[in-house]
Design a protein around this ligand. Sequence first.
Ligand SMILES: Cc1cc2nc3c(=O)[nH]c(=O)nc-3n(C[C@H](O)[C@H](O)[C@H](O)COP(=O)(O)OP(=O)(O)OC[C@H]3O[C@@H](n4cnc5c(N)ncnc54)[C@H](O)[C@@H]3O)c2cc1C
Length: 419
Amino acid sequence: MQPQKENMEINEDIVIVGAGIAGLATSVALHRLGVRSIVLESSESLRTSGFALALWTNAWRALDALGVGDSLRQLSLHFTRFQAFSADSGLPIAEISLEANNKPIDYDSRCIKRQEIVETLEKELPPGTIKYSSRVISIEQSGVFKLVHLADKTVLRTKVLIGCDGVNSVVAKCMGLQKPVDANRSAIRGYVEYPKAHGFEPKFCAYFGGGVRIGFLPCDDKSLYWFCTFTPSDYDEKIEGSPTKMKQFVLSLASNVSKEAYNILERTSLDSLHCAKLKLRSPWDILKRDNIVKNNTCLVGDALHPMTPDIGQGGCSALEDSVVLARCISEAIFARKLIKVEKLEEGDELYKRIKVGLEKYAKERKWRIFSLISTSYLVGLAQESNGMVISYLREKFLAQFTIKTMLKMGDFDCGKLLK
Ligand SMILES: Cc1cc2nc3c(=O)[nH]c(=O)nc-3n(C[C@H](O)[C@H](O)[C@H](O)COP(=O)(O)OP(=O)(O)OC[C@H]3O[C@@H](n4cnc5c(N)ncnc54)[C@H](O)[C@@H]3O)c2cc1C
């Protein structure tokens, strides 16, 4: 048994809870602007559940601002096109080129392994920034400070608390936010690594309709990521704990996908499957400022805006959040050169400035997040529904329209980080 620690109180200027994409990117963004932070992570090491994720143009712009865009580009393939097929018939229903020729937007769409993105971000941080095995169990107000209590009884006293602790966020709970709602849909994700080049074209290939969305995305020459979203019945609920059942279930849904795509599913080993229920925050909740920022506490990424994965923007928008937040905090701190405040009382200038900085972040982000959550939900309905009318419209124009919408939502620039 580990010896029990004494109650220790440690002072920190900025505490970030969670070392997922949001927490790491926020800490890197602050670091780029000369602002120190620490990141508390409950796990013993970086978590990479979910295998990989699609990153759209907005995410690559944010990664460029963080200074890691080019190194991550070298680890991924640039998608040349987005192809959609009917999951009912297997026939093509939409295709959009992602090549730069004659386009107003230079799309940058790629799929990247989660491990690569979190490890790359971690390397950018000064040693010791991430405190592993540090699970936050409660948060308490102490004057204008926050006391952050960890499971090992350590207590941190901080001026700024940033919740990047994902969909079941403790920080969001302490701010009084409602729990995210169940989307009544689930997703199974899989990852396959080939001994030699897989030969799959660098494209986003997806099957829509009949109550499912199945997508295939190469990460690099030797690995592929796939996802399958669906509305589970009472029976399907039971597959979550059984990889064998998950695989059988996905194969049963994929009877109309191409032979090449079916082989990818068949090849997936049982330890490379992951099933999760989909959750989202009501977009209306985001319009209340107190739900994004409260005094010296704020939220980033899934802690703030869990959304259905239908436009692949959860992680991308977390990267946008991190750049915008770091800029707002640094502008607030360095507004008139940093004043060293030993004892921060309510009304102190620095505290007031940080509060204004966080409010600016909330103002800048709320409509963007509102539109991402709502669009994602609607795109999911249009792409997955098995209703006759939507199925008919999807084959006529909705599939093409939803892909264009996904690309449009990804054409956002969160700006740069300039000292
Ligand atoms: C099926 C599916 C497909 C998706 N596809 C895409 C995609 O293609 N593109 C895309 O951009 N997004 C996608 N997403 C969304 C994306 O995965 C998330 O938006 C993103 O991972 C959120 O990152 P985060 O850092 O906010 O949260 P998380 O990744 O959940 O990280 C939270 C971290 O906080 C830690 N933590 C939690 N509680 C505590 C605590 N109390 N104390 C200390 N640490 C704590 C956790 O251990 C974890 O490391 C998808 C999501 C799903 C479900």
